[in-house]
Design a protein around this ligand. Structure first.
Ligand SMILES: [Zn+2]
Length: 392
């Protein structure tokens, strides 16, 4: 009897989860379309939508004329104001704070310089977010969703290691807020989650590498449709693969890591060594000024350097993981078309014959939008996914 009851509860939950995912995926829909897409009985869908309407998860909008029988079908859409989260994008230099809504969108709110000690960081973050959190009704607040430029234990909401800031084994959940849920993930993983959700080109792709270029280089890996994190959450740290045996010292303690050649910091170091002057308040702005600024000589010389240094790491990624597509995120998503083409040619001329030598390299569609970064959009989606059981 008990197992039968559990079974029907589980089926109910998985049906509700399915309908909620379909609602999240469509701008507007109808009960009829939901029944068709889910394969569920129309009466089951009607019952689930009644529950969702009562909980405020979705709302009825206008009506649409159905072509065949001339009856009106009520349109439905997710109520994006149903739940709100506070999003935090920890950058090595600057931390951005944003607001996430239930439709997975994100908006920027404020930012502050990232202190190097975690103590001071959490103090600054709480100061910045206290007022924001207070204005959100408690029953509508999902919690904090944080993007980390390093390795993260996702289950325990713990920072394992951030090489640039030398943060090790920090239980963010305990240190930041005992009152509200706190979720963390690596910035490249979050970017990949957002890219997969928003980029129609990736809808049917299951093996994807997302290269996030900032002060360091992170990599999100999706294998067979799942983010691959590794046994100790350090999978995807491609920025720290050795590309030169006796190369420059890296923050991680090793020498010659890929990011000591291809990160924004590394490229700026190179540009300054060549005597170029770069404008900008931080590494990322200076990096952009290389190809968005007026010095054409600097642009030509340094774009070649950027393409070459990115290509060498991407060749290693493609040779080891054999993905269908490589997405460039972070500052690299701002590279000009010509560089993307050169990069694609360079990579395909050097990868193994067995890869087909026709690897796709694309820019993130999210960072191009320029409003909020891909990782902060991913943080907005991530907290909804993690709390899904509470909604259904
Ligand atoms: Zn390293």
């Amino acid at each position: 009897m008990i197992s039968k009851k559990l079974d029907s509860e589980n089926i109910g939950k998985s049906n509700r989860r399915l309908v909620l995912q379909l609602l999240r995926k469509s701008t507007v829909t109808t009960r009829r379309d939901l029944a068709i897409s889910s394969g569920l009985n129309p009466s089951t869908v009607t019952k689930i939508i009644r529950e969702f309407l009562a909980k405020g998860l979705c709302e009825e909008t206008d009506t649409e004329e159905t072509a065949k029988i001339g009856r009106k079908a009520i349109e439905l859409r997710l109520d994006k104001r149903a739940y709100t989260s506070v999003l935090v994008d920890i950058g090595v230099e600057v931390t951005h704070v944003g607001r996430g809504l239930f439709d997975g969108t994100a908006s920027a709110l404020t930012s502050f310089n990232t202190p190097s000690s975690f103590e001071e960081f959490s103090k600054a973050l709480l100061e910045k977010t206290d007022e924001i959190v207070r204005r959100i009704p408690k029953h509508k607040f999902l919690g904090y969703s944080i993007s980390v430029p390093g390795m993260v234990d996702v289950e325990e909401s713990k920072i394992v290691y951030v090489p640039h800031l030398d943060w090790k084994d920090v239980s963010v959940k305990d240190r930041l807020s005992k009152r509200y849920p706190v979720f963390l993930d690596n910035e490249a993983n979050l970017s990949l989650i957002a890219e997969k959700w928003n980029n129609p080109v990736l809808a049917s792709r299951r093996d994807i590498a997302f290269v996030y270029v900032s002060e360091g280089i992170g990599c999100g890996i999706m294998l067979d449709g799942q983010i691959y994190r590794g046994r100790n959450y350090s999978a995807g740290e491609m920025g720290h693969m050795t590309v030169q045996i006796d190369g420059p010292k890296c923050y991680c303690g090793n020498n010659g890591c890929w990011e000591t050649f291809a990160s924004t910091e590394a490229i700026i170091r190179k540009a300054l060594a060549l005597g170029f002057e770069l404008k900008g308040a931080n590494s990322n702005e200076k990096y952009l000024s290389i190809f968005e600024g007026k010095d054409l000589h600097c642009r030509d010389v340094m774009l070649k350097e950027i393409e070459k240094s990115l290509a060498i790491g991407i060749v290693n990624i493609v040779n080891s993981l054999d993905p269908e597509v490589v997405i460039l995120g972070g500052m690299a998503s701002r590279l000009p078309d010509s560089s993307i083409k050169n990069l694609r040619d360079l990579v395909n001329s050097r990868v193994l014959y067995a890869t087909g030598q026709n690897i796709e390299i694309r820019r993130s569609v999210l960072d191009l939008k320029g409003k909020t970064s891909s990782n902060i959009m991913g943080a907005s989606l991530h907290i909804i996914d993690r709390r899904m059981n509470d909604f259904v």
